[in-house]
Design a binder for this molecule. Sequence first.
Ligand code: ADP
Ligand code: MG
Length: 230
Amino acid sequence: MVDQNVKLSLVDVHRHYKQGEGQLKILQGASLEILSGEIVALVAPSGAGKSTLLHISGLLERADAGKVGICDVATDGLGDRERTLVRRQHVGYIYQFHHLLPEFSATENVMMPQLIAGISDDVARARGDELLGMMGLTERGTHRPAQLSGGEQQRVAIARALANKPGLILADEPTGNLDPETSSTVFDLLANSIRNHDAAGLIATHNYDIAKRADRILTLKDGQLVPFEF
Ligand code: ADP
Ligand code: MG
Protein backbone atom coordinates (compact mmCIF):
# COMPACT_ATOMS: atom_id res chain seq x y z
CA MET A 1 0.00 0.00 0.00
CA VAL A 2 1.30 3.45 -0.77
CA ASP A 3 -1.24 5.71 0.90
CA GLN A 4 0.21 6.50 4.35
CA ASN A 5 -3.13 7.83 5.38
CA VAL A 6 -4.83 4.43 5.24
CA LYS A 7 -4.43 2.61 8.54
CA LEU A 8 -6.57 -0.42 7.77
CA SER A 9 -7.61 -1.76 4.41
CA LEU A 10 -9.65 -4.91 3.89
CA VAL A 11 -10.38 -5.98 0.35
CA ASP A 12 -12.91 -8.72 -0.34
CA VAL A 13 -12.12 -10.68 2.81
CA HIS A 14 -13.66 -14.14 3.13
CA ARG A 15 -13.71 -16.44 6.13
CA HIS A 16 -15.63 -19.62 6.78
CA TYR A 17 -15.49 -22.24 9.46
CA LYS A 18 -16.06 -25.95 8.99
CA GLN A 19 -19.32 -27.12 10.48
CA GLY A 20 -19.74 -30.87 10.27
CA GLU A 21 -19.83 -31.66 6.56
CA GLY A 22 -20.77 -28.11 5.63
CA GLN A 23 -19.42 -24.62 5.97
CA LEU A 24 -20.35 -21.76 8.23
CA LYS A 25 -19.77 -18.69 6.07
CA ILE A 26 -18.93 -15.74 8.29
CA LEU A 27 -17.23 -13.16 6.06
CA GLN A 28 -18.17 -13.13 2.38
CA GLY A 29 -16.42 -10.23 0.74
CA ALA A 30 -15.91 -7.77 3.58
CA SER A 31 -14.16 -4.58 2.44
CA LEU A 32 -13.22 -1.48 4.37
CA GLU A 33 -10.79 1.42 4.51
CA ILE A 34 -10.08 3.35 7.70
CA LEU A 35 -8.04 6.53 7.50
CA SER A 36 -5.70 8.15 9.99
CA GLY A 37 -7.63 9.88 12.76
CA GLU A 38 -10.83 8.01 11.96
CA ILE A 39 -12.87 5.94 14.40
CA VAL A 40 -15.25 3.37 12.99
CA ALA A 41 -17.77 1.51 15.11
CA LEU A 42 -18.89 -1.99 14.16
CA VAL A 43 -22.35 -2.87 15.43
CA ALA A 44 -23.82 -6.28 14.63
CA PRO A 45 -25.64 -9.06 16.49
CA SER A 46 -23.75 -11.65 18.43
CA GLY A 47 -22.40 -14.32 16.12
CA ALA A 48 -22.34 -12.02 13.08
CA GLY A 49 -18.54 -12.16 12.84
CA LYS A 50 -17.30 -9.03 14.59
CA SER A 51 -14.56 -10.78 16.54
CA THR A 52 -13.57 -12.77 13.44
CA LEU A 53 -13.24 -9.52 11.47
CA LEU A 54 -11.13 -7.92 14.22
CA HIS A 55 -8.91 -11.01 14.53
CA ILE A 56 -8.28 -10.96 10.78
CA SER A 57 -7.66 -7.19 10.83
CA GLY A 58 -5.16 -7.63 13.67
CA LEU A 59 -3.40 -10.59 12.00
CA LEU A 60 -4.42 -12.91 14.83
CA GLU A 61 -6.20 -15.07 12.30
CA ARG A 62 -5.86 -15.56 8.54
CA ALA A 63 -8.57 -14.87 6.00
CA ASP A 64 -9.40 -17.65 3.52
CA ALA A 65 -9.27 -15.05 0.75
CA GLY A 66 -8.89 -11.31 0.36
CA LYS A 67 -6.31 -8.71 1.28
CA VAL A 68 -5.43 -7.06 4.58
CA GLY A 69 -3.31 -3.90 4.66
CA ILE A 70 -2.15 -2.36 7.93
CA CYS A 71 -0.55 1.07 7.97
CA ASP A 72 1.77 0.91 4.97
CA VAL A 73 2.15 -2.86 4.94
CA ALA A 74 0.39 -5.21 2.51
CA THR A 75 0.24 -8.37 4.61
CA ASP A 76 -0.69 -10.97 2.00
CA GLY A 77 2.15 -13.38 1.47
CA LEU A 78 3.73 -12.74 4.87
CA GLY A 79 4.70 -15.71 7.04
CA ASP A 80 3.70 -16.12 10.68
CA ARG A 81 6.85 -14.49 12.01
CA GLU A 82 6.51 -11.43 9.82
CA ARG A 83 2.82 -11.15 10.68
CA THR A 84 3.73 -11.14 14.37
CA LEU A 85 6.22 -8.34 13.80
CA VAL A 86 3.70 -6.24 11.87
CA ARG A 87 1.12 -6.83 14.61
CA ARG A 88 3.54 -5.80 17.36
CA GLN A 89 4.62 -2.68 15.54
CA HIS A 90 1.33 -1.40 14.19
CA VAL A 91 -1.62 -2.87 16.09
CA GLY A 92 -2.96 -2.19 19.58
CA TYR A 93 -5.67 -4.63 20.70
CA ILE A 94 -8.25 -4.16 23.44
CA TYR A 95 -10.55 -6.96 24.56
CA GLN A 96 -13.86 -6.99 26.41
CA PHE A 97 -12.15 -8.55 29.40
CA HIS A 98 -8.98 -6.60 29.97
CA HIS A 99 -6.55 -9.57 29.61
CA LEU A 100 -4.05 -7.81 31.87
CA LEU A 101 -1.39 -9.97 33.48
CA PRO A 102 -2.61 -10.50 37.06
CA GLU A 103 0.83 -10.84 38.66
CA PHE A 104 2.06 -7.49 37.38
CA SER A 105 1.28 -3.91 38.36
CA ALA A 106 -0.59 -1.51 36.08
CA THR A 107 2.67 0.20 35.09
CA GLU A 108 4.36 -3.13 34.40
CA ASN A 109 1.43 -4.23 32.23
CA VAL A 110 1.88 -1.08 30.13
CA MET A 111 5.64 -1.63 30.02
CA MET A 112 5.32 -5.22 28.79
CA PRO A 113 4.73 -4.67 25.05
CA GLN A 114 7.50 -2.07 25.05
CA LEU A 115 10.00 -4.47 26.68
CA ILE A 116 9.03 -7.11 24.11
CA ALA A 117 9.77 -4.54 21.40
CA GLY A 118 13.27 -4.06 22.85
CA ILE A 119 12.72 -0.71 24.59
CA SER A 120 14.80 -0.16 27.73
CA ASP A 121 13.28 -0.52 31.18
CA ASP A 122 13.62 3.19 32.04
CA VAL A 123 12.04 4.43 28.83
CA ALA A 124 9.24 1.85 29.05
CA ARG A 125 8.49 2.83 32.65
CA ALA A 126 8.42 6.54 31.82
CA ARG A 127 6.06 5.93 28.92
CA GLY A 128 3.93 3.62 31.09
CA ASP A 129 3.55 6.32 33.72
CA GLU A 130 2.80 8.95 31.07
CA LEU A 131 0.06 6.80 29.52
CA LEU A 132 -1.47 5.93 32.88
CA GLY A 133 -1.47 9.66 33.62
CA MET A 134 -3.36 10.29 30.38
CA MET A 135 -5.90 7.70 31.51
CA GLY A 136 -6.30 9.45 34.86
CA LEU A 137 -4.55 6.62 36.69
CA THR A 138 -1.44 8.33 38.03
CA GLU A 139 -2.13 7.03 41.52
CA ARG A 140 -2.77 3.47 40.34
CA GLY A 141 0.56 2.50 38.73
CA THR A 142 1.61 0.11 41.49
CA HIS A 143 -1.78 -1.61 41.73
CA ARG A 144 -2.36 -5.05 40.33
CA PRO A 145 -5.39 -5.62 38.08
CA ALA A 146 -7.39 -7.26 40.90
CA GLN A 147 -7.01 -4.07 42.95
CA LEU A 148 -8.63 -1.97 40.21
CA SER A 149 -12.27 -1.43 39.21
CA GLY A 150 -13.55 -2.68 35.84
CA GLY A 151 -13.30 0.79 34.33
CA GLU A 152 -9.77 1.26 35.67
CA GLN A 153 -8.73 -2.14 34.31
CA GLN A 154 -9.98 -1.16 30.86
CA ARG A 155 -8.15 2.16 31.05
CA VAL A 156 -4.92 0.25 31.81
CA ALA A 157 -5.70 -2.04 28.86
CA ILE A 158 -6.09 1.05 26.63
CA ALA A 159 -2.78 2.44 27.92
CA ARG A 160 -1.15 -0.91 27.16
CA ALA A 161 -2.63 -0.98 23.64
CA LEU A 162 -1.17 2.49 23.00
CA ALA A 163 2.24 1.71 24.48
CA ASN A 164 4.09 1.16 21.22
CA LYS A 165 2.28 3.98 19.39
CA PRO A 166 0.39 1.71 17.00
CA GLY A 167 -1.24 3.15 13.89
CA LEU A 168 -4.27 0.92 14.31
CA ILE A 169 -6.32 0.26 17.43
CA LEU A 170 -8.74 -2.66 17.38
CA ALA A 171 -11.19 -2.91 20.26
CA ASP A 172 -13.57 -5.85 20.70
CA GLU A 173 -16.51 -4.69 22.82
CA PRO A 174 -14.16 -2.71 25.09
CA THR A 175 -16.99 -1.35 27.24
CA GLY A 176 -19.14 -4.49 27.14
CA ASN A 177 -18.38 -5.16 30.76
CA LEU A 178 -18.90 -1.66 32.17
CA ASP A 179 -21.81 0.41 33.46
CA PRO A 180 -23.10 3.16 31.11
CA GLU A 181 -21.31 6.07 32.77
CA THR A 182 -17.97 4.27 32.96
CA SER A 183 -18.45 3.09 29.36
CA SER A 184 -18.82 6.68 28.26
CA THR A 185 -15.65 7.81 30.07
CA VAL A 186 -13.64 4.87 28.78
CA PHE A 187 -14.84 5.41 25.21
CA ASP A 188 -13.92 9.10 25.32
CA LEU A 189 -10.43 8.30 26.60
CA LEU A 190 -10.02 5.68 23.89
CA ALA A 191 -11.32 7.96 21.12
CA ASN A 192 -9.22 10.94 22.22
CA SER A 193 -6.10 8.79 22.45
CA ILE A 194 -6.64 7.40 18.97
CA ARG A 195 -7.13 10.88 17.53
CA ASN A 196 -4.20 12.39 19.47
CA HIS A 197 -1.90 9.63 18.25
CA ASP A 198 -2.93 10.03 14.58
CA ALA A 199 -4.00 6.43 14.74
CA ALA A 200 -7.24 4.86 13.52
CA GLY A 201 -9.72 2.75 15.44
CA LEU A 202 -12.14 -0.06 14.69
CA ILE A 203 -14.38 -0.65 17.68
CA ALA A 204 -16.92 -3.44 17.93
CA THR A 205 -19.67 -2.51 20.35
CA HIS A 206 -23.23 -3.35 21.33
CA ASN A 207 -23.69 0.10 22.78
CA TYR A 208 -25.50 2.40 20.32
CA ASP A 209 -24.87 5.53 22.39
CA ILE A 210 -21.17 4.84 22.07
CA ALA A 211 -21.35 3.82 18.41
CA LYS A 212 -22.98 7.16 17.59
CA ARG A 213 -19.86 8.97 18.75
CA ALA A 214 -17.66 7.22 16.18
CA ASP A 215 -17.05 8.90 12.82
CA ARG A 216 -19.12 6.23 11.11
CA ILE A 217 -20.93 3.05 11.96
CA LEU A 218 -20.77 -0.18 9.99
CA THR A 219 -22.57 -3.45 10.40
CA LEU A 220 -22.15 -6.93 8.95
CA LYS A 221 -24.84 -8.03 6.53
CA ASP A 222 -24.54 -11.35 4.72
CA GLY A 223 -20.86 -11.36 5.55
CA GLN A 224 -20.19 -7.90 4.09
CA LEU A 225 -19.53 -4.55 5.75
CA VAL A 226 -22.25 -2.01 5.08
CA PRO A 227 -23.26 1.33 6.68
CA PHE A 228 -25.41 0.84 9.77
CA GLU A 229 -28.86 2.43 9.69
CA PHE A 230 -30.73 3.16 12.90
P1 ADP B 1 -19.31 -11.98 17.07
O1 ADP B 1 -18.01 -11.47 17.61
O2 ADP B 1 -20.00 -11.02 16.14
O3 ADP B 1 -20.23 -12.43 18.15
P2 ADP B 1 -17.68 -14.17 16.05
O4 ADP B 1 -16.79 -13.58 15.04
O5 ADP B 1 -17.11 -14.48 17.38
O6 ADP B 1 -19.00 -13.28 16.17
O7 ADP B 1 -18.28 -15.53 15.48
C1 ADP B 1 -19.00 -15.62 14.27
C2 ADP B 1 -19.49 -17.03 14.09
O8 ADP B 1 -18.39 -17.87 13.80
C3 ADP B 1 -20.18 -17.61 15.29
O9 ADP B 1 -21.27 -18.38 14.86
C4 ADP B 1 -19.12 -18.45 15.92
O10 ADP B 1 -19.69 -19.53 16.62
C5 ADP B 1 -18.34 -18.94 14.72
N1 ADP B 1 -16.92 -19.19 15.04
C6 ADP B 1 -16.04 -18.27 15.52
N2 ADP B 1 -14.81 -18.80 15.65
C7 ADP B 1 -14.91 -20.10 15.24
C8 ADP B 1 -13.98 -21.19 15.13
N3 ADP B 1 -12.69 -21.03 15.46
N4 ADP B 1 -14.46 -22.37 14.67
C9 ADP B 1 -15.76 -22.50 14.31
N5 ADP B 1 -16.67 -21.53 14.39
C10 ADP B 1 -16.27 -20.33 14.85
MG1 MG C 1 -17.31 -11.18 19.52
